[in-house]
Write a protein that binds this ligand. Structure first.
Ligand code: 13P
Length: 250
């Protein structure tokens, strides 16, 4: 069975002192678990801190966004090369909290995905539907369209060794996770969509579930065939809860 991947998304939380405590607790509780991959995506200013505390451990670090451009007069943006300077191996792309609040288009997200890949940073592409879309039964159409923007521009091959995270918007931060059947069904759809075009890319693609994952519901989610791990918000801010989720992935 492929190794599960568990990613902490700290969102806009933390400060130098609290990060130090949390990362040291991660090292103590999570580094002994060695049959999964663990990543922590921190706010930009703390990449150097994550690098200095986590280097030489089995926990990788990354960022929560990336510029669609390589270099230039783009005030406030952070490029792939800059992320690499701080040892970032992963980057979250197209999180719904950004897509809605900062008007990120599917086209922008696709370019960011390609930027990350071009620089050897593993993109974690977030996809997912709203509650209204789920209730209308069009969730696969919505997620399919999010993937199509990338596939139509770069081909399905770009999903080789990449990560897609299915994050239904109605499940993020609500305490109401998708059921394991709901998640599995979408994960199967995502893998199938890539597999039709590129079987080997689909096989190496990791598909995470995100949205109110906690130590209690993690086991049921992670045992599903196409759920390769999780993208964890709130519970990643508590080392004990995050450890519980990581253990569920074993
Ligand atoms: P919660 O785990 O807090 O629901 O957040 C999920 C998420 O948005 C991860 O990117």
């Amino acid at each position: 069975m492929p190794r599960k991947l568990v990613v902490a998304n700290w969102k806009m939380h933390g400060n130098l002192a609290s990060n130090k405590q949390l990362l040291e607790a991660y090292i103590q509780k999570i580094t002994p678990i060695n049959n999964i991959d663990v990543v922590v995506c921190v706010p930009y200013p703390y990449l150097a801190q994550a690098q200095s505390i986590l280097q030489n451990t089995n926990i990788a670090w990354g960022a929560q966004n990336i510029s669609k451009d390589a270099v230039g007069a783009y005030t406030g943006e952070v490029s792939a090369v800059m992320l690499k300077d701080f040892g970032a191996r992963y980057v979250i792309i197209g999180h719904s909290e950004r897509a809605t609040a900062y008007c990120e288009s599917d086209e922008n997200i696709a370019t960011k995905f390609a930027q990350a890949k071009a620089h050897g940073i593993i993109p974690i592409l977030c996809v997912g539907e709203t509650l209204i879309e789920r209730e209308a039964g069009v969730m696969q159409m919505v997620v399919g369209k999010q993937l199509d923007t990338i596939i139509n521009t770069y081909g399905a091959g770009v999903f080789a060794n990449a990560v897609v995270s299915y994050e239904p918007i109605w499940a993020i931060g609500t305490g109401l996770a998708a059921s394991s059947d709901q998640a599995q069904s979408m994960h199967e759809f995502i893998r199938g969509k890539v597999a039709v075009l590129d079987k080997s890319a689909a096989a190496s693609l990791k598909i995470l579930y995100g949205g109110s994952v906690n130590p209690q519901n993690a086991v049921q989610l992670f045992v599903m065939q196409d759920i390769d791990g999780g993208l964890i918000g709130k519970c990643s801010l508590n080392a004990q809860e995050f450890e519980g989720i990581c253990r569920a992935a074993t």
